[in-house]
Design a protein around this ligand. Sequence first.
Ligand code: NAD
Length: 496
Amino acid sequence: MTPFDTRLIPSGDIFIGGEWRRGRAATFASIYPADQSVNMEISTASAEDAKEAVEAADIAWRKPDWAGLKPHQRALILYRIADLITQRHEALAQLQRRDNGKPIAETRVLVASAAATFRYFAACLETLDDELTPSRGDYMTMSVHEPIGVIAAITPWNSPIASDAQKLAPALAAGNAVVLKPAEVTPLVSLALARICEEAGVPKGVLSVLPGKGSVIGDVLVRHPLVRKVSFTGGTDVGRGIARIAADKLMPVSLELGGKSPTIVFDDADLDHAVNGVLYGIFSSSGEACIAGSRLFVQRPVYAEFMKRLAEGARRLRVGDPSSTETQMGPLISAKHRESVERYVALGLEEGGRLLCGGERPVGEGREKGFFYQPTILEGLPNSARICQEEIFGPVLVAMPFDDEAALIRQANDSVFGLAAGIWTRDYKRAWRVARALEAGTVWINTYKLFSISTPFSGWKDSGMGREKGRLGIREYMQQKSLYWGLNDAPLPWAN
Ligand code: NAD
C-alpha cells in the first residue's frame, strides 16, 4: 500500500509541458529517510524532456490566457492554488514527511506557509502600482513592469513545499512560465503542487515539474537560451557554477545559498529563553536548514553555566519517528548526507574539539533503520577551525566563549557566509548596535528562525544574491520598462 494519499500523485508520471507522462530518464525510488521504505517509484526527466518543457513554456507564457490576463484575473488563480493547498493540508504535510523525513509538526507548518505564500503574492499582484514618474518636459513618463518569460526554478530537498512556493508564487503572479526542478531525492511534493496548479487553472505549458539529476536537468535548464532567469536555492558551490553560466548568457539569477550563522548570547540575556532559542535554532529540522544557528558565541561570565544547560537540553530532545507530534528531530535526508555530517564531527575532534553531547547515531525504537543522528555540541575550537567555517547542514553546533563586543563582532563576521544571525540580550541599545554591525541578511533579536512572507529574505556574501519574499519579491520576476508619451503638438526640434 502506498504510504500517503495517492490522490495527490496518482502515478509515477511527471509534468512536462502541461502533460502527465513518463520522463525519458531512469526511474527513481523515493525513500522515507526514517526507515528506508520505498514511498513510490517515479520517472525522471531526461535532457530532451527538459528542452521540451522549456519550449512549451516559451509558447505558453506569451498567450492571452497567462501574461495577457489582468492582474486581478491571474491573482484569482493564485488564490485558488492557496485554497487547494489548504484543503489538502494534512495529506500534503504527510507527503512532505515521507519525502524528506521532517517531523509532522514541522511539515504542517511548511504546508500552511506555502498556502500563505500564494495568497500573499496574489495580493501583491493585485495591489502593486506602476509609476507615473515626474515629467521633465512636454511628455509624460511612466514606469511599468512586464514578465521576464521562462524562469527555471531549482530547489533543494530540505523544505521542498516552502521553497517551491517561494519561487512559484511570485514567478507565476508576475505572468511568467516556470520550469521547476526539485531536488533529486524529494520530488513528491513538487509533483503534488503541479497537480494543484493545473486544477486551479494554470494554463497548459506554463508550469512543468521535472524531477531528475541536477547535473543533467538543472544544467540543461540553466544553459537553455530560452530560459531568461534562474531562481536557485541550494549549496554555494552549485550556485556559483550557475552564476558563471548566467554571466555568459547575461541572464539575471537569484541565488539563495548556504550559511554558517552565528548565534550570540550576552551575559545579560534571559538564559531560559536563550537555551530554548539556541536549541531550536540549530536542532530543529535536524540542522538541515540554511539559517541554522550553527556557530554559538557565549559571553564568558555565563559560558560554563549556559553550556551545561544547553547540553542537558540537547540530550532531552526527542529524536525519532517523524509521524509523532512529540518528535522534535527526525532523520537526516540520506545515508550519504549522514556520513558527511559524521566526517565533520570527526574532523572537529581531530582539530582539537571536545564533545559536550551527541556525536553518535541514536539506537533503539527502530531508529537503526533510518538516517538518524544525535544532536551534537562541540567546544574548544577557534572560529578559524574548518567545522566553524564550513556548512555542515546537520545537527552539529560549535560553541565558543567571547569577552567583549568588538572581538565578538569580528569573529561573528569572520565567515564567507552572511545569511542569518541571532542575538540574545536584554540591552536594547546593544542589540541595535550588534544587529547593525553583523554581516547577515537576517538578524533575529531574542528569538530565532521566525519567518514572515512579508519580510524580505536574502543572503550576503557567499550566502547569495537577490531577494525572496516581501511585496517587492514579485519584482524579482519582472522587467521594468519606461514609457515616454509625447504631448507636444510641435515636431521634435532636431527633425525640423
Ligand atoms: P544542492 O546545491 O546540491 O542542490 C540544489 C538543487 O540544485 C537541486 O535541485 C539539485 O538537483 C540542483 N543542482 C545540482 N547540481 C546542479 C547543476 N550543476 N546545475 C543546476 N542545478 C543543479 O543543494 P542541496 O543539497 O539540495 O541543499 C542544501 C543546500 O541548500 C545547503 O547549502 C543549504 O544551505 C542550501 N539552502 C539555502 C537556502 C536559502 O534560502 N539560502 C534554503 C534552503 C537550502
